[in-house]
Design a protein around this ligand. Structure first.
Ligand SMILES: C[S@@+](CC[C@H](N)C(=O)[O-])C[C@H]1O[C@@H](n2cnc3c(N)ncnc32)[C@H](O)[C@@H]1O
Length: 202
């Protein structure tokens, strides 16, 4: 039987996982949350790591290219980018096929602004790579941060990436506003030289 070919990811999730492994974040209470999974290429990497440690990955994505008309600085909309990679396939179908072997993934197909986790839900790692508008990055942070355990980490993709300036604008504001709750900030290299900023909660 041919080995399964997973979709690519656009972050470099290996580096995020290496970060979690180096710090043994999985020993903390809680699970992983990812906002913005696209084809699931990164989700399956998170899920494999999570499975080794008896953890779950909660995924939030609307899985509908037409609903993300955010324009990048170069003039392309997010929708156009998604459709170019999907080559006519349905985003949700590609994602579902990618994750089918994992029983530790909980998918929430919803606009991320509508997601509210129960007060008791705990995460040791969160990653934000959903809609790249400032209000969404800010909202996604507030969706995860209250549920992130002490010592846990939250990553933002596209940090200081020129094509999506609203992401960095939102991150800078959030970091300033929550400075007193942040223990450490680490930049992690990714694919296409696009970095993620990880903030560790006190
Ligand atoms: C840049 S892609 C994520 C790429 C993924 N992290 C990877 O590396 O493969 C952004 C994702 O955010 C999702 N998205 C866009 N707007 C959203 C919204 N309002 N609510 C939830 N998800 C949204 C899109 O459907 C898309 O899958």
């Amino acid at each position: 039987m041919k080995p399964k070919v997973y979709p690519p990811d656009f972050v470099g999730y290996e580096n995020l996982i290496a970060f979690m492994e180096e710090r043994s974040l999985h020993k903390l209470e809680g699970d992983i949350v990812e906002i913005g999974a696209f084809m699931g290429g990164g989700t399956v990497k998170l899920a494999e790591y999570a499975r080794k440690h008896g953890k779950t990955v909660h995924v939030v994505d609307i899985f509908e290219p037409a609903l993300d008309q955010t324009a990048s600085k170069s003039g392309m909309t997010a929708c156009t980018v998604y459709e170019a990679y999907l080559e006519g396939r349905s985003m949700i179908e590609v994602y579902q096929e990618a994750i089918e072997e994992f029983d530790n993934i909980i998918t929430l197909r919803e606009d991320s602004k509508k997601i509210k986790f129960d007060d008791g839900k705990r995460f040791f790692f969160g990653f934000i790579d959903g809609c790249h508008e400032e209000t969404y990055v800010t909202s996604d942070f507030h969706t995860i941060w209250p549920n992130l355990v002490s010592g846990g980490a939250l990553g933002f993709h596209d940090y200081e990436y020129d094509d999506w300036p609203e992401v960095t604008k939102a991150i800078r504001k959030l970091v300033e506003e929550h400075r007193g709750e942040i223990d450490e900030m680490i930049e992690v290299e990714g694919v296409y030289s696009i970095r993620s900023l990880i903030v560790v909660k006190k």
